[in-house]
Design a protein around this ligand. Structure first.
Ligand code: SAM
Ligand code: SF4
Length: 328
């Protein structure tokens, strides 16, 4: 059995995203249906033991080094710090992506359990717009959460902003200013066709290049050379006040250097956000499969990974599940 997760294009996969729940206390319009979302039954969601087992196999067999917990909203999963403690004992670099709504309560416990890095999603600094986008009032709680994450020693704390034309693109410079003031890096993400409403159209996307140009006009930027396969392109402020990232999934796909695989909350192994097929690790585990068998499925799934997503091409097929169910 190979000792790395390598695909037929030679890409080595060392980054695992693990969704710990499909549930969420928000209803972001670009991510899940605003009404009628049906959660998966609890017995279909992986237990902590099952998650730990798959991560251990990925670490021991394939040298996976980086694990990011996501969802749904990971902080709604009960006893999240317990899971973080177990995974951090495996020696991985552990990060979390969250909507930030519970961080003022949880940040210290997460750090004590072994979390090192965090990304907080924040798409607007205007309370009314925040409520429209997320379906919930609570901007202040998220802002408090960001401060709590910084105070608890999480480093880096990054902000994820999904930029949508005509929705929040007029706040790009305000968000950059917010990041500069708070000493956190803002990552501007192109809106991807993973909304549950399936309402995404090309024109909703604000190209990364326009985002950089808008910020550069007010806070001059210089590009930071790429040093890793990370999807974000880094830019730093020429005045030394930190940096930003832009994630140009749609306009400049970074698929050729992708090193990421995913595990959904219900135990399906995916090789791409936009994959239309999944590999059922939960069924295998519950059927008594050995670690070798789990590893073999992961190996063959990655071997068969495609070259890249086909957004914008006629044969592009949206994944059956929305972003909240896949795990962003
Ligand atoms: N609930 C957590 C949160 O909001 O950070 C974690 C899960 S969420 C699915 C992970 C990330 O995916 C968030 O930063 C969110 O903004 C992003 N996301 C969701 N739907 C998206 C879309 N259609 N296009 C781009 N990013 C999206
Ligand atoms: Fe929930 Fe995160 Fe999706 Fe918003 S982006 S609905 S917070 S999972």
């Amino acid at each position: 059995m190979p000792t790395e997760l390598v695909d037929s294009f030679g890409r080595v996969h060392r980054d695992l995203r693990v969704s710990v729940t499909d549930r969420c206390n928000f209803r972001c319009s670009y991510c899940m249906p605003t009404e009628g979302m049906v959660w998966q039954p609890r017995d279909e969601i992986l237990t902590f033991e099952e998650i730990e087992r798959i991560v251990r196999v990925a670490v021991e067999r394939f040298g996976v080094r980086s694990v990011r917990l996501t969802g749904g909203e990971p902080t709604v999963r009960a006893h999240l710090p317990v899971l973080i403690g177990r995974l951090s004992a495996l020696g991985v670099d552990l990060a979390l992506t969250t909507n930030g709504s519970s961080l003022s309560l949880l940040a210290e416990d997460l750090v004590a359990a072994g979390l090192s890095r965090i990304n907080v999603s924040l798409d607007s600094l205007r309370a009314d717009r925040f409520a429209t986008i997320t379906g919930r009032h609570g901007l202040d709680r998220v802002l408090e959460g960001i401060d709590a994450a910084v105070a608890a020693g999480l480093a880096p704390v990054k902000i994820n902003m999904v930029v949508m034309a005509g929705v929040n693109d007029d706040e790009v410079v305000d968000m950059a200013a917010f990041g500069r003031r708070r000493g956190v890096e803002v990552r501007f993400i192109e809106f991807m066709p993973l909304d549950a409403q399936q309402a995404w159209v090309d024109g909703d996307v604000v190209p990364a290049a326009s985002i950089v140009a808008a910020i550069d006009e007010v806070y001059p930027l210089e590009s930071v050379p790429r040093t890793s396969s990370a999807p974000a392109q880094q830019w730093r402020y020429r005045d030394g006040a930190g940096s930003i990232g832009v994630i140009p999934t749609v306009t400049e796909s970074f698929c050729s250097t992708c090193d990421r695989v995913r595990l959904t909350a219900d135990g399906q192994f995916r090789t791409c956000l936009f994959a239309t097929d999944e590999h059922d690790l939960r069924g295998l585990m519950r059927g008594g499969a050995s670690d070798d068998q789990l590893a073999a499925v992961m190996t063959s799934a990655v071997e068969g990974k495609w070259a890249g997503h086909q957004i914008g091409q006629v044969h592009f097929i949206r994944p059956r599940r929305s972003m909240s169910q896949i795990g962003g």
